[in-house]
Design a protein around this ligand. Structure first.
Ligand code: 4G0
Length: 253
């Protein structure tokens, strides 16, 4: 059995504790598929006030995370794992945008994955140049800190590890590895306040249902996120269905 190892370096460990100790992440850790160590950067500050940030050279608003506590945290961490390798990631709005493909790649990572969370507008550039392999963003918006972004990365990767999800959950996951949006889902009753479930889903014709779902996935993707079609895993028949859908949508039918 393989295990993925994360090290999260943060000034606010409390933000991470809750989500890692609930539901699927908790189970994944308990079963030994996932290991997450949280390190408090403030434990490695040098002064009696435990100062982690300071004013920017050159002036201007906002504070900058000091290099010393971060370098020290890295030093202590590395000393705990002699001879081991690390992939160091900074969560930052300046990073390349995290996606399902990067999540899948990280499931294969053999090194310890270090997630450094900043909690101020900036981090001393010498940290980035010297300690960081990769900057990742979870989307084009600014958060108060990198902790929620780190949780997004851990969650997206953990659910892909074999054994972390139960059978029901992983059957659901497997059907969306193709880069398309989901098809519509319905459960009982067959009619609710006059709103009917599509007949095809009650037909018992599993071949027809499969085709309908695929077409609905393609339609939804075409309408809501057409850019995803460029990288989606599409068959020849998918492409034919897409051409039909484009014509239908042009006609407004
Ligand atoms: C600004 C990540 C803010 C700069 C972190 C960190 C959004 C994301 C923060 C940094 C974040 C995201 C340079 C470390 C913290 N906000 N989109 N806030 N640096 O992934």
């Amino acid at each position: 059995m393989r295990k993925l190892n994360f090290e999260v370096l943060t000034l606010f460990p409390g933000i991470l504790a809750g989500p890692l100790n609930e539901s699927i992440l908790k189970r994944g850790r308990e079963k030994g598929f996932l290991n997450v160590t949280i390190r408090n950067i403030r434990d490695f500050t040098e002064d009696k006030h435990k100062t982690a940030d300071d004013r920017p050279y050159g002036g201007g608003a906002g504070m900058v995370l000091k290099p010393e506590p971060i370098f020290k945290t890295f030093g202590v961490m590395k000393a705990e794992y002699p001879g081991e390798k690390f992939l160091t990631i900074l969560l930052s709005p300046q990073g390349s945008v995290f996606n399902q493909q990067r999540a899948e790649q990280l499931t294969e990572e053999k090194r310890r994955i270090v997630l450094l969370c900043g909690h101020y507008e900036a981090i001393d550039e010498r940290v980035i140049r010297t300690l960081i392999d990769e900057e990742l963003s979870v989307g084009d918006y600014v958060l108060t800190g990198g902790e929620l972004a780190a949780l997004v990365v851990i969650d997206a990767v953990a659910r892909l590890l074999p054994g972390v999800l139960g059978d029901e959950e992983s059957a659901y996951r497997d059907s969306f590895g193709d880069g398309l949006l989901d098809y519509p889902h319905y459960t009982r009753p067959a009619e609710f306040r006059g709103l009917k479930v599509p007949d095809v889903l009650l037909s018992g014709d599993h071949d027809l249902i499969k085709k309908w779902r695929r077409k609905e996935s393609l339609k939804s993707t075409l309408i809501k996120r057409p850019g995803l079609l460029k990288t989606a895993d599409l068959s020849g028949e998918d492409r034919e269905v897409l051409e039909e859908l484009k014509k239908e949508l042009e006609n407004g039918s």
